[in-house]
Design a protein around this ligand. Structure first.
Ligand SMILES: CC(C)=CCC/C(C)=C/CC/C(C)=C/CC/C(C)=C/[C@@H]1[C@@H](COP(=O)(O)OP(=O)(O)O)[C@]1(C)CC/C=C(\C)CC/C=C(\C)CCC=C(C)C
Length: 593
């Protein structure tokens, strides 16, 4: 009896597992636990017969002085634990690296030929490995161990590749190659140390005697590469199935929080020709819009999961497109035309099919195709209107109308009107453009959560959420004083300006004066006041959305904290909050109770 093998775990695998758990813990949800447990179960069940055979045939051996003693089918307990901890560590690394990746965008199919090409190449390579493995085992002697690795791992890899090659090829390397390569290299080093010390021994006669480097047998190198590949392929196939289930609500209307293996297999076997390609492309466009336009919400979106994440991104995309259409219109008349078209879009989206037919109205699809630029069509088509109340959407458009009240005419400076006359106007405007957005986000949370929620709780959350939206909008206005002034807009209340003997016109001419800095400070103070009043409601949100919502709110409020720092100057086009600080804020928000 000895503790040498156990010490390998204590030194190299368990600390790594603990470190990965600490880093991933704030993101860990029930579906992740399900995935980890599912994979560990498969890894243990599939490895035991094979490993047991290897030990009994004495292809590898353990001196009795290095193991504690208990065995399972002749496999030392430490070795069984190895299957578990390796699967756990590689899986957590995979999950961590995949957290920023929005998997529905990787469902898009390559062309049929390309897709078949990749699948065939993979199948040929893996098929050849299995055949070569079989041949080596059949010949016996030196090639036996390598052959046994190939005939055991090859068929599993072949099956997973055949089911998910499209997805595996589409995913970025950081999601596939990195979680295979990093643990493989690490385990090569651990293995080298263990073999040198004699913790385990590969017996001669059944190995090739080729070394990757001094102390690392080729068979061991292939073994760790193969097992990590299987773990990552297994995870990716699981995610592939889950992504299909979550991306296509029409095909899979009801997906339980923990889908059954049968449902997962059913998803994997769905013919890709049946995928709603328009939806996948639209989702891709929405993600790229979010990535380009909002650093804070892009970071926050990666902390959400499942269909809620998809729908929030689609909601963002709609809000951004609508706002941009109005904001970027060359004339006020054109902007009003966009608001008219958007209003008609909502009318059509919410009118019943029967009324639309009786009134001979066009369907939503044709209205969008005929009236909106190509680049914005998917955002309009994919807005999940069936999950959203119409009130806040119409109110949002009302808010956009306020923006049009800032006349841009160069000829009538004296006659120019500024719609934000006092604090009340500012609050109403912010409630319309941001309070509404918060309500819409919350409606999605209520729809997607698996936790029960009462009507009273909903109403309380909606009220607080709307206040929080207002706080965020104040931050937005405080940050953008100069940018807004450049396009003729002043959201600082005229009544506040008067206290400094200023008019909105003065802000347009000099948006960076000391007086404006003071008013910026005042607005930020107001924003934090509203935030303080609403933030307690965050801990009353359903558990699955609580931490991610906090990330969304805190990432945005951090802009306000940066602006409050002495001497900070807003620079156009530059992130207000540096990336590392943003990550720290998100991390803190995720860990808050
Ligand atoms: C995680 C995720 C993908 C969230 C999506 C949030 C979303 C749908 C945002 C829509 C943003 C948008 C384009 C709205 C149009 C009107 C507008 C311009 C509003 C301002 C947003 C700023 O967005 P922008 O893209 O300009 O961002 P940058 O400054 O460029 O980074 C607003 C400031 C409003 C944003 C308001 C919210 C997202 C509501 C937040 C409140 C909650 C989520 C509720 C919290 C719940 C409780 C109970 C307190």
């Amino acid at each position: 009896m000895g503790f040498e093998y156990a010490l390998v775990h204590l030194k190299y695998t368990i600390p790594l597992g603990i470190a990965l758990t600490i880093v991933y813990r704030p993101f860990l949800n029930r579906i992740d636990l399900f995935k980890i447990a599912f994979l560990i179960a498969i890894a243990v069940i599939s490895t035991i017969p094979w490993d047991s055979y290897l030990v009994r045939r004495k292809i590898w051996t353990y001196p009795p002085s290095v193991i504690i003693g208990p065995t399972l089918f002749s496999i030392p307990a430490e070795e069984v634990f190895f299957f578990i901890i390796q699967t756990y560590n590689t899986t957590l690394l995979y999950l961590l690296l995949n957290k920023p990746v929005f998997q529905p965008s990787y469902l898009a199919r390559k062309s049929q030929e390309e897709s078949i090409f990749y699948r065939n190449v993979g199948q040929t390579v893996l098929g050849a490995c299995v055949l070569a493995g079989g041949l080596l085992v059949w010949r016996g002697n030196e090639g036996t161990y390598l052959g046994l690795i190939l005939v055991w791992a090859g068929p599993f890899a072949l099956l997973l590749w055949s089911l998910s090659s499209d997805f595996l090829v589409n995913l970025p390397y950081t999601s596939t190659i990195a979680p295979i390569a990093i643990p493989t290299f690490y385990l090569w080093i651990v293995d080298t140390l263990a073999l040198r010390r004699g913790t385990w021994t590969i017996e001669s006669g059944t190995k090739l005697g080729i070394h990757v480097w001094d102390g690392l047998e080729i068979e061991e190198a292939v073994f760790f590469l193969a097992t990590n590949t299987l773990i990552v392929f297994g995870q990716a196939a699981f995610d592939h199935a889950l992504t299909i289930l979550l991306t296509f609500p029409r095909m899979f209307p009801n997906v339980p929080e923990l889908p059954s293996p049968v449902m997962l297999v059913q998803a994997l076997l769905t013919d890709p020709a049946k995928y709603d390609e328009e939806r996948v492309t639209g989702i891709r466009e929405a993600v790229s819009r979010l990535q380009k336009k909002s650093r804070s919400f892009h970071l926050a979106s990666s902390t959400f999961s499942g269909r809620l994440r998809v729908d929030l991104i689609l909601l963002y995309s709609f809000c951004r497109v609508a706002d941009d259409l109005v904001d970027n219109a060359p004339t006020e008349a054109k902007a009003r035309e966009w608001i008219g078209k958007l209003t008609h879009y909502l009318d059509l989206a919410y009118v019943s099919k029967e009324v639309r037919i009786i009134q001979k109205q066009p369907d939503l699809h044709s209205h969008v195709s005929e009236n909106f630029p190509e680049s914005s069509q998917s955002a309009l088509r994919l807005l999940p209107t069936h999950l959203l109340p119409f009130g806040p959407l119409y109110d949002l458009l009302e808010g956009f109308k306020t923006d049009l009240e800032f006349h841009n005419s160069k000829f009538s400076e004296k006659l120019r009107t500024f719609p934000i006359a006092n604090e009340h106007d500012l609050e109403v405007y912010s409630a319309r453009v941001a309070g509404t957005v918060a309500e819409l986000c919350l409606e999605l949370v209520f729809f997607h959560t698996y936790s029960p929620i009462t009507t009273a709780q909903r109403e309380h959350l909606l009220r607080s959420g709307s206040r929080m939206g207002i706080a965020l909008q104040y931050i937005n206005i405080a940050r953008d004083i100069a940018t807004d002034a450049a396009v003729g807009r002043v959201y600082l209340p005229t009544s506040w300006l008067k206290e400094f003997r200023l008019s909105p016109q003065d802000v347009l001419e000099n948006p960076e004066s000391n007086a404006i800095e003071k008013l910026r400070g005042r607005l930020l103070k107001k924003a934090f006041g509203v935030y303080e009043e609403a933030r307690f409601a965050l801990s009353e949100l359903p558990p699955d959305a609580r931490a991610p919502m906090r990330v969304a709110v805190e990432s945005y409020m951090e802009i306000g904290r940066v602006l409050q720092e002495k001497g900070y100057k807003v620079k156009e086009g530059k992130a207000t909050v540096p990336k590392l600080r943003r990550l720290k804020v998100a991390w803190k928000a995720l860990n808050e109770k």
